[in-house]
Ligand binder design. Structure first.
Ligand code: FNR
Length: 347
């Protein structure tokens, strides 16, 4: 049954994947104090080079996009050089790797970037404190001005260029999981009344501007987008969010992206306002290649692909627990169970 996963998959004329299993983006907080990827990270990714495509841990596009310790960046030469070691190791092992481009928006903390404002779509904050740094409480963000939004768009494009310079095969724009782009897409975090809020076109505008700027920078074949139409993390869902995603997904159909990827931890979740699973909802409106994720095994992933619910499956936690995930699945060997304690080391 899982054998269908192991034939090559042509994403587009630029990229063919050796199989249909992606390594999901997984934040590990292991970059050095300058947010430069390390040699250990290069080896960690290279061990997983037999996946169809590795999507890197989320990587910040600029200093004020940081909300967690030691998350890597892609905004200076040292970081580009560090990532070059990672991409070279992955390519030498026969793999392909995309960089996930990240700005956390209101989830940022000035502790990480030496003070200053936290930017978001609107001045609506989140409760709580930074994970693993409980003494850092989130602060109320400031709504980005139109000029600041233009700069953010330019900074995503610059980070995408840096990713190509660092040897990545492409980028996945992180538009999911309650971070900056997602903050424009949901009513709970966007109450703007200018051209970036108040209508489905306006709420989709920032996401589409980022997509178009990144495509202009590196070409659509190398650009993917992760989205969470179902709010489940750092975000409250609203019945009217649905119309925003209806519009956005249809607008994306003309962009020829490499793929769209669902942002979710467990795809067995259902959302009333989406009429069921987030993946089934996106499949209905988005016509390009779709990546499913969230609690899938090779068996259930293969089955979902056979049922045409999506085209490729991404695997997260089992990939942390099993660096040799692909060969284990191919050979029907048992998998090690993921545990949170495994996050403490890059194996
Ligand atoms: C994640 N996830 C995640 N998602 C993302 O878009 N960027 C990221 O950097 C991370 N980081 C991250 C770290 C850790 C430790 C976990 C467990 C998860 C979500 C991840 O990509 C995936 O959607 C979920 O893990 C669900 O897939 P699995 O684990 O059920 O296969």
């Amino acid at each position: 049954m899982t054998s269908t996963l192991f034939s090559p998959f042509e994403l587009n004329s630029t990229l063919t994947l050796q199989n249909r299993i992606l390594m999901a983006p997984l934040t590990r907080c292991m970059a050095d104090e300058n947010l430069v990827p390390t040699e250990q990270m290069a080896q960690y990714y290279a061990r997983r080079a037999d996946t169809g495509l590795i999507i890197s841990e989320a990587t910040i596009i600029r200093p004020d996009g940081q909300g967690y310790p030691n998350t890597p960046g892609l905004f200076n030469q040292a970081q580009v050089d560090g990532w070059k070691k990672v991409t070279t190791a992955v390519h030498n092992a026969g793999g392909k790797i995309f960089a996930q481009l990240w700005h956390v928006g209101r989830v940022a903390h000035p502790f990480f970037f030496g003070g200053g404002d936290v930017l978001s779509a609107s001045n609506i904050g989140i409760e709580g404190s930074v994970p693993r740094m409980r003494d850092l409480s989130y602060q109320t963000p400031r709504a980005a001005s139109v000029e600041e939004i233009a700069q953010l768009v330019a900074d995503y494009a610059k980070a995408a260029k840096n990713a190509i310079a660092a040897g990545f095969d492409g980028v996945e724009i992180h538009g999911a999981n309650g971070y900056l782009i997602d903050q424009f897409l949901h009513l709970a975090s966007n109450n703007r009344s200018d051209e970036y809020g108040g209508s489905v076109q306006n709420m989709s505008r920032f996401a589409l501007e980022v997509v178009d700027a990144v495509i202009a920078a590196i070409g659509s074949d190398r650009v993917a987008l992760r989205l969470s139409p179902g709010a489940y993390f750092l975000m409250e869902g609203n019945h009217d969010d649905r119309a925003v995603f209806d519009h956005l997904l249809q607008a994306l159909n003309s962009r020829s992206l490499a793929f769209v990827h669902i942002g979710i931890f467990d795809d067995s979740m259902t959302f009333d306002y989406l009429g069921g699973h987030a993946s089934d909802y996106v499949r209905k409106y988005y016509k390009g290649t779709l990546v499913g994720v969230g609690g899938y095994t090779a068996e259930t992933g293969a089955q979902a692909i056979a049922e045409n619910r999506f085209d490729l499956v991404a695997v997260g936690r089992p990939m942390i627990a099993n660096p040799d995930y692909i060969s284990r699945v191919k050979n029907s060997e048992p998998l090690k169970e993921y545990e949170d304690s495994m996050l403490q080391a890059l194996v």
